[in-house]
Design a protein around this ligand. Structure first.
Ligand SMILES: [Zn+2]
Length: 450
């Protein structure tokens, strides 16, 4: 540990400079700004480590694959080199692509999401090689350039390059410390099926005097929706709940150990109680283990100020279904379709606007054990382990889809402002993050702590 730490300390200024260089290069995937330049920069860093590098063409921004080291085990690091647009620019205290340190924090677009995580991993490998000569495992990096636009080519890429990407464990991006300064890992992400339900009535909007005769698509959607959830907020789509796996005893015990600030959440959001009055661990179970069916938007007829006596000809609702592992996006879509058909709503069109399968890794996976041990060694106490996350992401394609358990780790803290103005990381977290990756390489490679 001491030699590794000393190497990192000795190279502190250069490491900050290298991270700043990465942040100085804009790489906004949604606007196709700086993508080729950024891919080159990432490639050059891997080449400097002596890794074998391949540029994987996707049809969108290229993905960079790098491999180095030998050993029984293979570790895959997933990261992305693209960033969100920096707008609104006037809310930044310093220009988003001119990294600057203020009060121990490095400010720049992409420094937290997720160039800091990427660079900490690269520099940990450099330090490891400098101190120990070789890695104790085979290490693979997969760095995509379109995560911020929803990773549209990732599923196809993972299938095409399955042999390159398969590993014994994966370090996913994003993570860090919680409000109590505890290192926090998530072992999965929910899936998602985003739907539009569309209904048509007459050829055009009509005078509402005709409402006794002409079907109203808005009412039809309301009736259809009312069959999908009851007044206790239980999802009543036929067959939906049969695919919800309850948490195991181990998972429930893990939930009990999570300091879940549900009271503070209610206070911050200005609500007196959660749905059905759930609190504490039960609220956390609902949050992490239950699928959702959310009306995200509803459009029909006249919605401007004042009254207009109109019978609308179209109605549309946007439905966001957050999914759990056995409830795949394809299954959820089919269940919704069949549920509506069975009730005479064949006229309602169901269109998928995008989907992601859920990912969840076992609590006792070896990569989880290694991450725990590395966290104890670096941070001095047990990490908080979330068996999964309430949000969604493309983890499934790289992890569960290829049989690889994954852990989300990173150099963040609650004030990182990702996707927002003044994105930043704390340099102290960054350097601890490098030590963490060093420890993890050693432990997952089957050796004792550094
Ligand atoms: Zn992001």
């Amino acid at each position: 540990m001491q030699r590794f730490k000393a190497y990192v300390e000795a190279n502190r200024e250069r490491f900050i400079e290298e991270l700043s260089d990465l942040c100085r290069q804009p790489s906004i995937s949604t606007q196709n700004v700086g993508i080729a330049e950024m891919a080159e920069l990432v490639k050059a860093h891997f080449e400097r480590l002596g890794a074998q590098v391949q540029v994987l063409q996707t049809g969108g921004p290229p993905a960079i694959f790098a491999e180095t080291g030998q050993g029984e085990r293979t570790l895959l690091c997933y990261n992305h080199y693209d960033v969100q647009p920096p707008d609104p620019l006037e809310e930044w205290h310093s220009p988003p692509f001119e990294p600057i340190i203020r009060e121990g924090k490095l400010y720049a677009r992409g420094v937290a999401d997720n160039k800091g995580d990427l660079m900490a991993r690269i520099q940990a490998v450099e330090a490891y090689l400098a101190v120990f000569g070789e890695l104790p495992l085979r290490l693979r990096f997969f760095v995509e350039g379109e995560e911020e636009t929803g990773s549209p080519h990732l599923a196809a890429l993972a299938e095409q390059y399955a042999d390159l990407l398969r590993a014994d464990g994966c370090l996913w991006e994003t993570g860090g410390k919680d409000e109590g300064e505890r290192p926090t890992f998530h072992l999965g992400l929910k899936g998602d099926q985003y739907l539009e339900l569309r209904c048509r009535g007459a050829r055009s909007d009509l005078h509402s005097a005709n409402a006794g005769l002409v079907p109203n698509p808005a009412w039809r959607l309301v009736w259809a929706l009312s069959t999908m959830k009851d007044m206790q907020d239980r999802i009543t789509i036929d067959g939906y709940r049969e695919h919800v796996r309850p948490p195991t005893d181990e998972e429930l015990a893990a939930l009990e150990r999570i300091p879940f600030a549900d009271q503070a959440m209610r206070q911050a959001w200005g609500i007196d109680r959660f749905i059905n009055g759930v609190e504490g661990t039960e609220a956390l179970r609902v949050f992490l283990y239950e699928p959702t069916c959310t009306i995200s938007g509803f459009r029909s007829g006249y919605i401007e100020e004042g009254s207009k006596t109109v019978l609308p000809s179209t109605a549309m609702v946007k439905l966001d279904l957050r999914l759990v592992p056995d409830l795949t996006p394809e299954l959820a879509l089919r269940l919704v379709r069949e549920h509506l058909d069975r009730r005479g709503f064949q006229d309602i069109e169901v269109v998928s606007l995008g989907s992601l399968p859920a990912a969840r890794s076992p609590l006792d996976a070896e990569i989880v054990e290694a991450a725990k041990a590395a966290a104890v060694a670096v941070y001095g106490h047990e990490p908080v382990i979330y068996p999964t996350h309430g949000g969604s992401g493309p983890m499934y394609y790289i992890c569960q889809g290829l049989g690889t358990p994954g852990v989300m780790t990173g150099v963040g803290y609650p004030g990182i402002n990702i996707h927002a103005p003044n994105e930043n990381i704390r340099l102290s977290d960054y350097f601890e993050g490098i030590l963490f990756v060093g420890e993890l390489l050693r432990r997952f490679g089957g050796e004792e702590g550094i």
